[in-house]
Design a protein around this ligand. Structure first.
Ligand SMILES: Nc1ncnc2c1ncn2[C@@H]1O[C@H](COP(=O)(O)OP(=O)(O)OP(=O)(O)O)[C@@H](O)[C@H]1O
Length: 247
């Protein structure tokens, strides 16, 4: 890979497997030797039937769980044998998470929720961080609502706060697990458009787990899992003849 290509690579999986212990002497393999590369420009739908391994893969990519074998490189760093502190630090600065249920802290304002990831990694936010949080809330259409608590916002507005929170650390990769699954169609379209815009404007790769074929069809690339294997890895439209990275 060229230096430029290497610099643009966010994630690389090499023969990655994940097995779970079930009972004392039984193991089941859920992910079977996956190879995958993601660039910063990627906007990927991760699809597959229930039980195909999407959440397991997202947890491993998000450094919330370790692969059993193989390797996962995040921003070029091998992570499988990294210690917990190293993985937590890398996760904190490199990855933003958006879940189906926003998990906002009810006692905190919208702004405080957005600033949470910065408080976890760096203590009390300084004026610059607060300005960044306000700016992000404005970008997701919530200017003027910074002091509202989650229960004073609509479901779509709450999910937009969650998107702003995922982006406040300026991550290289956003992992979104059914982020619109709990929303009406208008709010779902808005949240999808936000992720899309941040992918284009800030060059953060997005992996979107979805059961919605309409949403998957709007992504640039679709990775399909079948029984823990990558069955296909397709680009929706070739971009200026750019080659599809090897799966
Ligand atoms: N902690 C665990 N221990 C044992 N088996 C597990 C564990 N977590 C997941 N599995 C199994 O791994 C397989 C994949 O599960 P996973 O949740 O990753 O699928 P999924 O594609 O995300 O499904 P869904 O679309 O329903 O969320 C399933 O057979 C599941 O039962």
């Amino acid at each position: 890979m060229s230096e430029h290509g290497a610099a643009q690579e966010v994630l690389r999986l090499e023969r990655l497997t994940k097995r779970y212990n079930v009972g004392k002497s039984t193991e089941i393999e859920v992910l079977h030797g996956l190879d995958l590369r993601l660039a910063r420009s990627d906007f990927v739908a991760l699809v597959g039937a229930s039980g195909s391994g999407k959440s397991t893969l997202l947890n491993v990519i998000g450094l919330l769980d370790r692969p059993t074998s193989g390797e996962l490189y995040l921003l070029g760093a091998p992570t499988r044998d990294m210690d917990d502190a190293g993985r937590t630090g890398l996760r904190g600065h490199a990855i933003g998470f958006v879940f189906q249920f926003h998990h906002l802290i009810q006692a905190f304002t919208a702004l405080e929720n957005v600033l949470m990831p910065l408080m976890v990694t760096g203590g009390k936010p300084d004026a610059g961080m607060v300005a960044r949080g306000r700016d992000l809330l404005a970008q997701v259409g919530l200017a003027g609502l910074e002091a509202r608590k989650p229960d004073q916002l609509s479901g779509g507005q709450q999910q937009r706060v969650a998107v702003a929170r995922a982006l406040v650390t300026r991550p290289a990769l956003v992992l979104a697990d059914e982020p619109t699954g709990n929303l009406d169609s208008v709010s779902a379209a808005e949240v999808f458009a936000l992720l899309r815009r941040f992918n284009r404007d800030f060059g953060c790769a997005v992996v979107l787990v979805t059961h919605d074929p309409g949403l998957a069809g709007q992504c640039d690339r679709t990775v399909t899992l079948v029984d823990g294997c990558i069955e296909s890895d397709r680009r929706a439209q070739p971009q200026d003849g750019a080659p599809v990275p090897p799966a």
